[in-house]
Design a protein around this ligand. Sequence first.
Ligand SMILES: NC(=O)c1ccc[n+]([C@@H]2O[C@H](COP(=O)([O-])OP(=O)(O)OC[C@H]3O[C@@H](n4cnc5c(N)ncnc54)[C@H](OP(=O)(O)O)[C@@H]3O)[C@@H](O)[C@H]2O)c1
Length: 247
Amino acid sequence: MKTVLITGCSSGFGLETAKDFHGRGWRVIATMRTPREDLLPRSDRMRVLPLDVTDPRSISTLIDAAGPIDALVNNAGIGLLNALEGTSMDAARDVFETNTLGTIAMTRAVLPQFRERRSGVIVNVTSSVTLKPLHLLSVYTASKAAVNAFTESLALELEPFNVRVRLVLPGRAPETRFGENARSRMQGGFPEAYRGLVQKVFESWSRSTDPVTHPSDVAEAVWRAVNDPVSPVRLPAGADAVALAAA
Ligand SMILES: NC(=O)c1ccc[n+]([C@@H]2O[C@H](COP(=O)([O-])OP(=O)(O)OC[C@H]3O[C@@H](n4cnc5c(N)ncnc54)[C@H](OP(=O)(O)O)[C@@H]3O)[C@@H](O)[C@H]2O)c1
């Protein structure tokens, strides 16, 4: 039986992906900053363990506790919507610490066992905003575009060891807690000079009838990335992301 370790399972895509892999017979290590046993099925194939991807001690404790794994899904991430002038360097660093360096740190932590065993898959969840730029997302997009570039280079480096590295690029998913979680980093508000732009952006979202991404789309794409040895390095997830990738 195979084991997947997923980061950021307290809500959204991570929670859905953990349920999906468990439902398909895998052993799942669902990690959360604040572990909750009540979110996922109770089962001897489901372990909920603490992990903060920005904390090296938390990562090494987790890797010791987890034992051997077959797949790592770097899903944990935070959002930030603001003009650059309204974004503090502390907020920008937080976004890169979690989205970019957290992904790199978790990948480094599992690589020795994957390389030695000559098998393993790493899936990094980025975003369709890296395919088509949107307003007010410069820092967030940069943090995810860096992961795209990191992944594509690393995939070449790990090919000789039979370790696969893949990207899943979800589209906009209003059903998850992502927007709500991002709000805490936007307490300072939007700079006055950008108010008109911000209003236009929010109005266009509220009027939009465009397709969106559902957590099940992301779980399905992660499943494919892990299980299909000939899947492409980039897998868009969700109708909006699939359309963007095809354009
Ligand atoms: N929703 C969208 O529109 C969208 C679109 C494209 C890509 N994405 C990406 O998809 C991924 C999942 O997002 P989501 O929509 O499912 O959002 P979500 O519901 O906010 O879930 C994000 C998860 O990441 C966890 N997390 C945040 N910081 C962490 C840290 N330092 N260490 C460990 N876990 C941490 C959160 O845990 P806590 O409960 O502890 O905060 C939460 O479980 C993210 O990488 C996001 O950037 C989202």
